[in-house]
Ligand binder design. Structure first.
Ligand code: 2AM
Ligand code: CA
Length: 268
């Protein structure tokens, strides 16, 4: 990208600052396997520290904006048209296991629309940015969703629900249908990076049930700005309201939606 906007610069600076701490904490994890409370407690501290950095940096740069954050929840701003939607550590389970597939995700909602997104994967040093109308970029290179037109050739990403979540049976029906139709399925454990990879044309599509706004806000902007389609699992716009998410290249979005709809019992 020739020129980054001031807004994107603010988001990138915050993400990079928080990322330094996360990478340091990941390195420390190996030493903690024998500590009293164990790594899970350590990871939730790393997560909270990253969120505090993001909050402080973004508040300094845009004092009036509101926040919706995974750990601290909603903080109203005096400017009610702008709200950051933040996941300080998406891919927490990977981080806990020392798997470097995790990211910081910062979305900006403006006048109730998703307006900008930054996703930073610090170990891979991949920085994804997008602003409405301005395109999507990975480390400065313009992104475009894949051009693969056939489900038979498509590589589709998903997220497997955690044990005990109500979407367990629904997911098994969905994955059965997708396995029987598409070329391959990936489950890497970070919704933010799954969406970024759809934007980058690495995956042809991605679906997941019932995520939170901070998992998907930035990624939705990236996919749209890379020319892809995003909807909830019923084909509507409730992606931030727990309706699940389906993102794909523009040719495969409708056939994938139709396929996944077969997994949902009629009338639900
Ligand atoms: P997290 O790493 O921030 O928890 C994995 O499928 C993706 O889903 C991750 O992006 C993970 O975010 C997110 N996720 C959050 N809550 C979840 C839940 N209750 N069940 C499954 N995935 C969840
Ligand atoms: Ca998350």
């Amino acid at each position: 990208m020739a020129l980054r906007s001031a807004l994107i610069n603010v988001m990138v600076a915050a993400a990079k600052k928080a990322a330094k701490g996360l990478v340091r904490d990941l390195g420390e994890l190996e030493n903690l396997q024998v500590s009293r409370k164990g790594p899970a407690d350590y990871v939730s501290k790393a997560d909270r520290r990253a969120e505090e950095i993001l909050h402080a940096e973004l508040r300094k740069a845009r004092p009036a904006y509101g926040f919706l954050m995974e750990e601290a929840g909603a903080i109203d701003g005096t400017d009610t048209s702008n709200r950051w939607i933040i996941d300080p550590l998406d891919g927490t389970t990977n981080f806990l296991h020392g798997i470097p597939h995790f990211a910081i995700s910062i979305g900006l909602e403006r006048d109730s629309e998703l307006f900008a997104g930054v996703i930073y994967s610090p170990v891979y040093d991949e920085l994804y940015v997008a602003e409405k109308g301005g395109g999507a970029f990975l480390n400065g290179r313009r992104l475009r969703v894949s051009g693969r037109p056939k489900l038979d050739d498509a590589l589709i990403a998903t997220g497997i629900p955690f044990r005990g979540t109500p979407s367990h049976d629904l997911f098994l029906r969905q994955i059965g249908l997708v396995m029987g139709t598409c070329a391959g399925i990936r489950r890497y454990g970070s919704a933010a990076l799954d969406l970024a990879y759809v934007a980058a044309g690495r995956y042809d599509g991605y679906w997941e049930n019932g995520l939170f706004p901070w998992d998907v806000a930035a990624g939705i902007v990236l996919v749209r700005e890379a020319g892809g389609f995003v909807s909830d699992l019923a084909g509507g716009r409730r992606m931030l309201a727990g309706g699940g998410i389906l993102a794909a290249n523009p040719v495969l979005h409708a056939p994938l939606a139709a396929l996944l709809a077969q997994a949902t019992p009629a009338g639900s």
